[in-house]
Write a new protein. Structure first.
Length: 247
């Protein structure tokens, strides 16, 4: 933490650790206010999002995205200062708006091959319709032919394009997506494993358990016990914007 390019920085950790009522103070003056925040991801969500992003995304100051980020920061500043009704909820949504615009900027400016995984798929005119179809109806018994129909291409074209862009086949991706949804339900609700299996596209508890263990290394019941005991992180819904920013 520093107040200028020529000022020797000091570790920020101890400052934030000493915060009172959510406010960290440096020195005795009131000339500057720092606003900090983060998005908190569980292990599986980090793999979905952070592993396909660079360490830093630069937002050029004169871009439309920069104007949006600047506006959102100003609104967050006002909410945190005034502490109006539902200010925490408002700041969370404003932070989410910033994240979405940053991701848009990154995807728009990335060159060929610079983005991989499902993010690259969302920018591909052939793969994106298939991804949207799976995200919208994950419990449907999709076939490659049906997904190709959604993308208006042949089965072989979709299979090859999907593999090249996302790094796995459409049905392998669907399995992974269903497991993400299952982990989210295990984390957030108290539905039985059998109920979750039906909701995410598996005909039985055993079918979900087999797929779940193959992908995560643990059974759904083991995963739920680990979460309940505090051994797991927050699961975020990557495609539908289910992130819960902590500001």
């Amino acid at each position: 933490m520093a107040s200028g390019p020529g000022v020797r920085p000091v570790p920020a950790g101890p400052v934030f650790a000493a915060a009172t009522d959510g406010v960290a103070r440096v020195g005795t003056g009131e000339d500057a206010v720092f606003i900090g925040g983060r998005f908190d991801f569980g292990e599986r969500a980090r793999e979905l999002l952070l592993d396909v992003l660079p360490p830093v995304i630069h937002v050029p100051g004169r871009t439309a995205e920069a104007a949006t980020v600047r506006w959102a920061l100003e609104q967050i500043d006002a909410e945190l200062r005034d502490r109006s009704l539902a200010s925490t909820l408002v700041t969370e949504h404003l932070a989410l708006v910033m994240l979405i615009h940053l991701l848009r900027l990154h995807l728009a400016g990335a060159g060929p091959g610079a983005v991989s995984g499902w993010m690259a798929g969302l920018t591909d005119p052939v793969v994106a319709p298939a991804l949207r179809a799976m995200h919208a109806r994950p419990a449907h018994a999709w076939t490659v032919a049906e997904l190709a129909g959604a993308a208006a291409v042949s089965r072989s074209t979709l299979a090859a394009r999907f593999k090249r862009t996302v790094g796995q086949s459409p049905l392998d991706y669907l399995t992974g997506w269903r497991i993400e949804l299952a982990t989210d339900r295990l984390r957030r609700g108290d539905d039985t494993v059998a109920m979750i299996a039906r909701k995410v596209g598996y005909g039985s508890e055993s079918a979900l358990s087999n797929a779940f263990k193959r992908v995560t290394g643990a059974s759904p019941r083991e995963y739920r016990r680990r979460i309940s005991s505090g051994g797991g992180g927050q699961i975020a819904n990557a495609a539908d914007g289910g992130y819960r920013p902590r500001t």
